[in-house]
Design a protein around this ligand. Structure first.
Ligand code: FMN
Length: 309
């Protein structure tokens, strides 16, 4: 009793000392105008920062024709101290544009390769979306070749201890499906091991659009066991399911998307076991710099009329 690992138990992820295991998952919020991050993004991430907490930023693009953030603009708007005390992870697509000096600055933190459905790397991997006949198409090994070459290139630049990967082998919308998603996931995590990748971040197979689901059937167990680094799971977790997954050793860290989006002080709310703000789906991707973005109330600002979640 008393020794049980929970979401609030510190964790050492490679050289990063995390003070808790509640991670902000990558969330595209569509608030960069002209693909340039704005000062309100700083407010947004600062609000969600906690000392020693891991934040995974939304993605950024590798070229002018790819959507995302402009790294030069990020130089002009450096994150304030409070956010810097969190561990920020910038999902890749930007690495190819970084100068050595910029790399040193950002990669003190870490880099995530985001293989979300519909994104270019994912289109290589999934058999429904890849009809190539060269060495980048066909069997599993060929389809994973390009993403893994990219992993290797990034690892060679910054070291595996600063690289993370998000994998979604079980997600099949946007026409990206796989007959044997577990084989794909296993092949990827085994390959990531060879590169000493810091963390693997996967979405639960049963992550669904059904907001009522509060059961996690450990569908990532085999990948978790096969991966040597830090394992992060995402998809429908609430406080209790997160604590359970961590206590059972099923995951090292749990990432939260919608709950963290609407509860900028989520670790504190979990610690105090208090009510949660409800998220407003209608403002997930709208462009207003405040509404649905930085105007979710802190716990202290919540009034009594707020409904229990
Ligand atoms: C508004 C929104 C934007 C998202 N954008 C991304 C993204 O850009 N990349 C990604 O890998 N996942 C993205 N996701 C998925 C989340 O990171 C997370 O895996 C998903 O919401 C399930 O976790 P949850 O049940 O805690 O919300 C997004 C989810 C939401 C709700």
């Amino acid at each position: 009793m008393g020794n049980e690992v929970s979401l609030l138990t510190p964790y050492k992820m490679g050289k990063f000392h995390l003070s808790h295991r509640i991670v902000l998952g990558p969330l595209t919020r569509s608030r960069s105008y002209g693909n340039i991050p704005q000062p309100h993004a700083i407010v947004y991430y600062s609000q969600r920062a906690s000392n020693g907490g891991l934040l995974i930023n939304e993605t950024t693009g590798v070229s002018d024709t790819a959507q995302g953030y402009d790294i030069n603009q990020m130089e002009q708007h450096p994150y304030p101290a409070q956010t810097r005390r969190s561990k920020m992870s910038l999902p890749l697509k930007v690495i190819l544009r970084l100068t050595v000096a910029q790399q040193e600055r950002y990669l003190k933190l870490s880099m995530t390769l985001d293989l979300l459905q519909g994104m270019p790397l994912k289109l290589f991997m999934k058999e429904s979306a890849n009809d190539r006949t060269d060495e980048y198409g066909g069997d599993l090994e060929n389809r994973c070749r390009f993403p893994l070459q990219l992993v290797e290139a990034v690892v060679n630049e910054i070291g595996g201890g600063r690289v993370g990967m998000r994998l979604t082998p079980f997600m099949d919308f946007m026409d990206c499906w796989e007959l044997d998603p577990e084989a794909l996931g296993l092949h990827m995590v085994q390959s990531l091991n060879k590169h000493g990748v810091l963390y693997c971040h996967m979405i639960e197979p049963r992550m669904s659009m059904d907001e009522a689901r509060r059961q996690t059937p450990h569908g990532l167990q085999n990948m978790r066991q096969a991966f040597n680094g830090t394992f992060i799971a995402s998809g429908g977790y609430d406080r209790d399911e997160g604590n359970k997954a961590v206590a059972e050793g099923y995951v090292d860290l749990v990432s939260y998307g919608r709950l963290f989006l609407a509860n900028l002080d989520l670790p504190k709310r979990f610690r105090l076991k208090v009510q949660l703000n409800k998220y407003d789906r209608s403002t997930f991707y709208t462009s207003d710099p405040v509404v649905g973005y930085t105007d979710y109330p802190f716990l202290e600002d919540c009034n009594e009329s707020m409904n229990e979640h």
